[in-house]
Design a protein around this ligand. Structure first.
Ligand code: ME8
Length: 523
């Protein structure tokens, strides 16, 4: 049983048949934010990402490039790893399914399932989609294709089967007893009705290609790539060594974050494999929504694949993080457009948050001798603002506990809005001559509010938040959420502050494209 204060959060491991795009970056950024928040909140965190390197799809992609699967996977996996570095992700580990530690774990799980009579040899005759790496029943096909639109091929070969049909009732019980096992609730309902419809035994080995983990004692068979891939979540914390410190601290995983495309594998097959092997299933599967770009499906053939490097280059890392996490409620589908991106970063980050910080810190610099001002007696308005910012931690924590990332940001930005309105209403610049004591109180309430806001935004926009905390001279050790409130928390009047500098710049188009109607027709 994993420890109570631990958080083990995972991304899907990405196929290396393709280069990383905004969809992959999204899942990983969301997990990074959850991991950062939990670390700041004093929890022991393990955040895992990695690459899924076996299977027919990858084998075919390597062949198309004229490379061996090994060389090909080494190259593409490296791109995912470099992206993780470039995005300053805080993953504690990066697993590749071609590593020995993983292959050993997959074979151990297989042996355990076989020992418990959960696997038997038969033969498979049916439809298979290489793109989805999934088997489909005839009744699921739509116009001769998989329900996902992927092409299917007829496969007939000897195969081992997992007794999935025996796990229908235990799975339904699991969903019943743990209503938050699958989030959001709409996804849970989909899974429940799928499982209620009955489960067929699942083909878990293939003989028609070689790129994968061999079945123990029967090397003609390669372990089905999903059984192989899902096991990464355990092999990365030491499985089969279930007595290891890492495994005992972090298994069962608290949270597998995935896109809705791979829900069935995670919410049906994975817990069934684990229950069948006598292991604990994860605590939660969170399936987020699907991104399109300017209203269209992301696809190489449409040429609209957004490269996360370009986004970060053009708009900045914090800005990319903020847009993706704020634009759509986590769980819903979203659309990426340049206009929406620029609007979010300019409106929320530059105008609301950045401007608040800039106004307040420059007034303090100019009018309070560059030191944290000393507050006098608090008015009802001052208390109102401080109470609103003080209440944020609990409220944000509650949203984070259910992965409501955009809702958490919304709450934070409500207080940013309230603080901007408070500045306008209190007009501290007008108090400079008439009532400097009152001005100091107002600026103190604002600076303290900004400190709390920046502590909370660290998980979402880490660079900008760190710069705000630098400008408030908050020491490194006081940047956790345990320093949010209580004894000794809060800005200390008289602390010297460095000269302020802008935090979230506005995005200005380098060469604004001319609106079509203003382009003069050619003569
Ligand atoms: O499925 N919108 O890997 P994969 C949102 N290897 N998220 C998207 C997205 C989009 N348009 N496109 C991709 C696999 N994603 C398996 C997983 S896990 C044991 C094995 C994200 O490379 C989203 O998280 O096809 C989705 O589930 C994942 O990338 C699929 O990545």
């Amino acid at each position: 049983m994993s420890s109570a204060d631990a958080l083990y959060v995972t991304t899907p491991i990405y196929y290396v048949n393709d280069v990383p795009h905004i969809g992959h970056a999204y899942t990983t950024l969301a997990c990074d934010t959850m991991a950062r928040f939990a670390r700041l909140d004093g929890r022991r965190v393990r955040f895992l990402t990695g690459t899924d390197e076996h299977g027919q799809k990858v084998e075919q992609a390597a062949a198309a490039k004229g490379l061996t699967p090994k060389l090909f996977t080494d190259q593409v996996s490296e791109r995912f790893r470099t992206l993780a570095d470039r995005m300053a992700l805080t993953n504690d580990d990066f697993i590749r399914t071609t590593e020995d530690r993983h292959k050993r774990g997959v074979q151990a799980l297989w042996r355990e399932l076989a020992r418990r009579d959960q696997i038997y040899l038969g033969s498979y005759a049916g439809w298979y989609s290489v793109r989805d790496e999934a088997f489909y029943a005839e009744s699921e096909l739509i116009d001769g294709r998989a329900p996902t639109g992927a092409p299917v091929e007829w496969v007939e070969e000897p195969s081992y089967f997992f007794r999935l049909s025996a796990w229908q009732e235990p799975l339904l019980r699991l969903y019943e007893e743990r209503p938050d096992f699958i989030l959001p609730a709409t996804r849970r309902n989909e899974v429940v009705s799928f499982v209620r419809g009955g489960l067929q035994d699942l083909s878990v080995s293939r003989t028609s290609f070689r790129w994968g983990v061999s079945v123990p004692d029967d090397p003609d068979h390669i372990v089905y790539v999903w059984l192989d891939a899902l096991t990464n979540y355990m092999t990365a914390v030491g499985y089969p060594d279930v007595e290891s410190e890492l495994f005992r601290t972090f298994w069962p995983a608290d949270l597998h974050v995935i896109g809705k495309d791979i829900l069935r594998f995670h919410a049906v097959y994975w817990p069934a494999f684990l229950l069948a092997a006598g292991l604990e299933p994860p605590r939660r599967i969170y399936a987020h929504g699907w991104w399109t770009v300017e209203g269209q499906k992301i696809s190489k053939s449409l040429g609209n694949v957004i490269d996360p490097y370009d986004l970060m280059e053009t708009y900045g890392l914090d800005q990319t993080r903020y847009f993706l996490l704020r634009e759509v409620p986590f769980g819903n589908d979203g659309d990426f457009s340049r206009a929406a991106m620029i609007n979010r970063m300019n409106h929320d980050l530059a105008n609301d948050y950045g401007n608040l910080v800039q106004r307040v810190l420059s007034m303090i610099q100019r009018n309070c001798g560059g030191q944290v001002p000393a507050p006098g007696e608090l008015s009802a308005e001052d208390r109102g603002l401080l109470e609103a910012s003080g209440a944020l931690l609990e409220r944000v924590r509650a949203e984070m506990a259910v992965q409501a990332l955009s809702r958490a940001l919304e709450l934070i930005f409500e207080v940013i809005g309230a603080a901007n309105r408070y500045v306008d209403a209190q007009a501290p610049w007008a108090l400079r001559k008439s009532d400097p004591g009152r001005m100091a109180t107002v600026l103190y309430a604002l600076a303290e509010t900004i400190r709390r806001l920046a502590l909370l935004t660290q998980a979402f926009v880490p660079d900008g938040s760190a710069r705000i905390l630098d400008q408030l001279a908050v020491p490194e050790e006081a940047r956790t959420l345990t320093s949010f409130a209580g004894e000794g928390a809060g800005l200390v009047p008289g602390t010297p502050l460095p000269a302020p500098s802008g935090v979230f710049p506005r995005f200005v188009e380098a060469s604004p494209s001319m609106p079509i109607e203003t382009v003069a027709p050619r003569k």
